[in-house]
Design a protein around this ligand. Structure first.
Ligand SMILES: *Cc1c(COP(=O)(O)O)cnc(C)c1O
Length: 401
């Protein structure tokens, strides 16, 4: 194909490069950690953890994912607009008023109380709907977030199972601390979940499938014989916490790059950026890079972060602005406008910080760091070592665009 977006397409210099082969390889590696029959849900909420949900969904489905997970009806709608009709579960709560729209889009709702269940039952009876509609039951085994308490789960399970227009597609729970391998609470949650499932079975309302494991649950071996496992951050090649690592072969799909827009001579006594937060003690050279907090490159990174250039570390000088940062040119390096810089990568040879490095400097975790990169940063997609053209959702079976 002609050129690459990094070299020739009229794109903004700052762009996120998303390696879809990494996504596919990660999905296959995760499947390899699970029993043969366990289906993998690719969790693509938050615009695919900032990677671009339709692209990730397509790549994951092609690589063997069976279902998709989103957080909101709009996120599901975006997938449908992209022509993706795989089973898609809304993992969290929705307002009952959204139930009808969700069902019309073929999105599968997670219920945890009668109020939402009734709205789904009404939606199932709306003209033009053809049931049975899959419904999932979220059980709160200790996270104290969304879910029904185990004691009350059986009544809801029965209400779902007895409705001929509904299918009791799954019961599931979510771990609080599976990313802390030594935390015994995960086993407690599993036990509570197993008891709730047993109670549903005894009452004659067994779910078709069970699922408990997020990424940390899969990596930690907590998925057991569940029929489904839900992979989020690990699908993107990022470990859930710094206490966990990914098995060999899994790799980060996300890389953030830009280009030098101006080389700035700095004399001793010069200040850089707003409020003169940096004042040079000696003459040096700086470079302007077009990214800022308007892109999710947060202001908190001033004074601590750096960018990679030619494998070297270039520390930020002064404040992070909305659209620009300035970094010091490493000693002895000759930089010209157009020179490539790497802002985030899982690649020590790039000189750039990792996602976990950035997260640490921003006082947050890898999840918020990834999701925080705004849509203003164009995403470009690599598959088979080639860039896919913008606007194609990586249609299955085509790699020539
Ligand atoms: C976001 C989410 C996941 C994915 O979690 P990761 O830690 O990113 O794998 C799984 N299950 C539920 C219910 C979620 O909300």
């Amino acid at each position: 194909m002609a050129g690459t977006p990094t070299e020739e397409e009229p794109l903004r210099a700052t762009r996120a490069i998303v390696d879809l082969d990494a996504i596919a390889g990660n999905l296959r590696a995760l499947k390899g950690l699970l029993p043969e029959q366990t289906r993998v849900m690719a969790v693509v909420k938050g615009n695919g953890y900032g990677h671009g949900a339709p692209w990730i969904a397509r790549a994951a489905l092609d690589a063997g994912a069976s279902l998709l997970g989103v957080a909101t009806v709009d996120e599901g709608s975006e997938l449908r607009d992209a022509g993706i009709d795989a089973p898609t579960m809304i993992l969290g709560s929705i307002d009952p008023i959204e139930a009808q729209r969700a069902c019309r889009l073929g999105l599968e709702v997670s219920v945890a109380d009668e109020r939402l269940l009734r709205a789904v039952q009404d939606a199932a009876r709306a003209p033009g709907m053809s049931g049975p509609i899959p419904v999932h039951l979220k059980v709160d085994t200790g996270l104290r977030r969304y879910g029904v308490l185990p004691d009350e789960a059986v009544d809801l399970a029965l209400a779902i199972a007895r409705d001929p227009l509904l299918r009791f597609a799954s019961a599931f729970t979510h771990f609080a601390s599976a990313d802390q391998p030594q935390e015994p609470f995960t086993a407690t949650q599993l036990e509570r979940f197993a008891q709730a499932i047993e109670a549903m079975r005894s009452a004659g309302a067994p779910p078709e499938a069970r699922h408990v494991a997020n990424s940390a649950g899969i990596l930690g071996g907590w998925s057991g014989d569940c029929e489904i496992a839900r992979a989020g951050i690990s699908l993107y090649g990022v470990p859930p916490s710094e206490e966990m690592s990914l098995p060999p072969g899994m790799r980060q799909a996300f890389r953030l790059e830009s280009r030098v827009m101006r080389v700035i001579p700095i004399a001793a006594g010069d200040s850089v950026g707003y409020n003169r937060a940096f004042i040079a003690e000696r003459p040096t050279s700086a470079m302007l890079i077009p990214i800022g907090y308007g892109d999710g490159y947060r202001r908190a990174l001033a004074g601590t972060s750096w960018v990679g250039i030619e494998g070297r570390k270039a520390p930020l000088l002064g404040r992070v602005s909305m659209d620009q940062i300035v970094a010091e040119v490493p000693e002895g390096l000759t930089v010209r406008p157009g020179h490539r810089v790497v802002l985030a990568a899982d690649d020590p040879a790039s000189g750039a910080p990792s996602i976990h490095d950035l997260a640490g400097m921003m006082g947050t975790n890898a999840y918020e760091t990834l999701v925080g990169f705004r849509r203003r940063i164009p995403r470009v997609y690599l598959r088979g070592g080639e860039y896919l053209p913008a606007g194609s959702w990586g249609e299955p079976g085509t790699d020539d665009g």
